[in-house]
Design a protein around this ligand. Sequence first.
Ligand SMILES: Nc1ncnc2c1ncn2[C@@H]1O[C@H](COP(=O)(O)OP(=O)(O)OP(=O)(O)O)[C@@H](O)[C@H]1O
Ligand code: SF4
Ligand SMILES: [Mg+2]
Length: 366
Amino acid sequence: MTTDTGQRRPSTAPIDDVSVRVRGLTKDFPLGGLFSRRSMRAVDNVDFDIPRGTIVALVGESGSGKSTVARALARLERPTAGSIVVGGRDVLKTEKSAASRRYRGTVQMVFQDPFGSLNPAHRVEHFLERPLRIHGKARSRQEVRRRSAELMRTVGLTEDMLDSYPHELSGGQRQRVSIARALAVDPEIILADEPTSMLDVSVRIGILNLMARLRDERGISMLFITHDLASARYVADTTLVMFAGALVEGGESLELMKNPSHPYTQLLLSAVPDPARTVRYDPHQRALLRRAVLAPTACPWQGPDCSATVPVRHTIGPDHWVRCHLYAPQVSAAANPLLTDSDAQPDLDSAPDLDVAPAPTRKATR
Ligand SMILES: Nc1ncnc2c1ncn2[C@@H]1O[C@H](COP(=O)(O)OP(=O)(O)OP(=O)(O)O)[C@@H](O)[C@H]1O
Ligand code: SF4
Ligand SMILES: [Mg+2]
């Protein structure tokens, strides 16, 4: 499967309407020790926007580069190339070495592991007090306690839990504390790297609802990294699909899940039951898709163009694009083997464990 180089940039919304604009983001990691010149490209020329007050899901299988994107946005990793514009400023140019306090006051990260991200030696109040004081959100003892109690209520916990140690809380409660810690600085943007993947299904839905509430009531923009397409469909306004370091498809979440178009997205989605989806997959097609992903150079639909020319973004709906030559304007729908109307049912064996309830309200996205 050919990856893109982003030759054609995505359409450009006014910068005032976006919280984060990423262009050409690339990250190479060195391989083979200090004097080696070898490197591997973990993120390859990625372009996307996070429109204000929306949740953008980044989905893809393990090793596709999702966390590296989030870590670059959080300034925990220095990109090899590209730009990250937050609040109209290209932060890699204005804050070359590390994130400023101002940046950390705008962009916060929530990590996957609610067990590892809270030091067991401290009570919950400590995790909220630190950012409140460092970012000047509360000064006196009483103010810290009052703001901490507010934060606890915002994330659905009670004030008395401020005196608990992390081991006295459940996984879901710990993740809520992590979210409260991120909220302590009044951020505009939260980067949530698999915030629900270590939680039980019943607890997971509560965290997703909390994320939706923070978006809707506080206008917080989020990058939501997940393996779980059902979670992305449930809560994200826009979904981006990442494969081998590159974005291969993106669009309004419900539209993308209904009409997955890139071979890789089709593979990911073929495991998710959805009666509303028009495209269905027979087991043979699913096996071909899996082979395409496991041996990326052997995409079963590869045509003469694929090895010679890098695919660019093709718009396939009002809010939906894909990077694959099969969707080039000169290829007719009838000649595209991915547009099948087979009646065969999708393979439900590997269906995700989250039973999706009606989604919370969504904002219009681009
Ligand atoms: N610090 C590092 N040094 C070298 N390689 C790295 C480093 N961090 C990540 N990588 C590599 O970059 C690639 C992308 O990793 P990344 O953690 O971004 O993937 P991911 O999509 O978040 O995966 P997962 O879903 O398993 O968390 C992987 O091949 C990984 O091994
Ligand atoms: S058919 Fe699409 S996904 Fe497959 S190799 Fe060609 S461009 Fe890549
Ligand atoms: Mg990751």
